[in-house]
Design a protein around this ligand. Structure first.
Ligand code: TYD
Length: 131
């Protein structure tokens, strides 16, 4: 679990970051969603997935993401549009400390499917131990 720094293709017109599925993001991208307008004191996520892998980028503003593999937790600062964070399946993820202007872009390996969610932490620990 670590931050990936993307190459910034900048010139006098501004900056550009290009991301391709299967390359810097280690899966084919099936779904994209983004989160914005989240208050600083509100946390989101607080769940894991059986199969879905995600890749998170704060394309504007900043937030923190805590990833938990059932044994250890690590908190990452997403505070630059060139920073990406991979969240594998069976990792519990929580997004928090959103800045006012944060837009958190999430690339996902699977289409939305509520049955892929693990929203109960004890179920999550059992799923990790059975994997
Ligand atoms: P939710 O999973 O609660 O958001 P977060 O993990 O950021 O706290 O999702 C909020 C609502 O949006 C919920 O009704 C499910 C729906 N949703 C979709 O329909 N498609 C999606 O791709 C996502 C991520 C959520």
């Amino acid at each position: 679990m670590s931050i990936i720094l993307h190459k910034v293709l900048g010139d006098h017109r501004g900056q550009l970051v290009a991301i391709e599925g299967g390359d810097s993001v280690p899966f084919d991208i099936k779904r994209v969603f983004y989160i914005y307008g989240t208050q600083k004191k509100v946390s989101r996520g607080d769940h894991s997935h059986y199969n879905t892998k995600q890749y998170l980028i704060a394309v504007n503003g900043s937030c923190k993401v805590t990833l938990d593999n059932g044994k250890t937790k690590q908190t990452f600062d997403l505070d630059e549009p060139k920073k990406g964070l991979f969240q594998d399946a069976l990792i519990w993820g929580t997004m928090h400390d959103f800045s006012d202007n944060c837009v958190l872009l999430v690339l996902a390996s699977e289409y939305y499917n509520e049955s892929d969610y693990i929203r109960d932490y004890q179920f999550f620990l059992k799923a990790v131990n059975n994997s």
